[in-house]
Write a protein that binds this ligand. Structure first.
Ligand SMILES: [Zn+2]
Length: 150
């Protein structure tokens, strides 16, 4: 790609994350949904407590089903159901980054290369745990990649 711009910062800027591509309407609507959540549960509550994938998956699916049925706005908040889904995605991504995400998605029992946890006999799941990097898919305690517990 040739840089034909007269802006000396353009080439450097183009290599960074392109936050200007986020549609303003998306940001406004998601901020409305997050604002509703902040009133109910506290600002950035997902930094203070654990965030379980299944809880958010259920909420996102309920919002999507309501939207599929033709309801645009959530009755509780008055905010778009789609904005609530996007807010949940934002929280899941941020919780994974700050280490509060609990990956309790159902384990894939058909995988041949799965490793079983010593504690519960349950498939282990990769998890950004500071000590081991994995946890038991059932009790969530940290386990090593071979399934042994510390
Ligand atoms: Zn366990």
């Amino acid at each position: 790609m040739t840089n034909t711009s007269l802006d000396p910062k353009k080439e450097q800027g183009d290599q960074k994350v392109q936050l200007q591509l986020l549609p303003p309407e998306f940001l406004v609507q998601v901020a409305r949904a997050l604002g509703h959540g902040a009133k109910k549960y506290g600002v950035r509550n997902w930094h203070l407590g654990k965030v379980e994938c299944q809880t958010y998956l259920g909420a996102m699916l309920r919002h999507l089903m309501a939207w599929q049925d033709g309801e645009d706005l959530d009755r509780d908040s008055g905010v778009s159901h789609l904005a609530h889904v996007a807010a949940s995605v934002a929280i899941l991504l941020d919780a994974a980054k700050v280490g509060t995400l609990v990956d309790n998605r159902p384990p894939d029992v058909k995988r041949k290369d799965r490793v079983i946890s010593e504690c519960c006999g349950y498939p282990i799941k990769p998890y950004p745990h500071a000590k081991t990097g994995f946890n038991c898919g059932n009790c969530f305690q940290p386990v090593f990649s071979d399934g042994k517990t510390p």
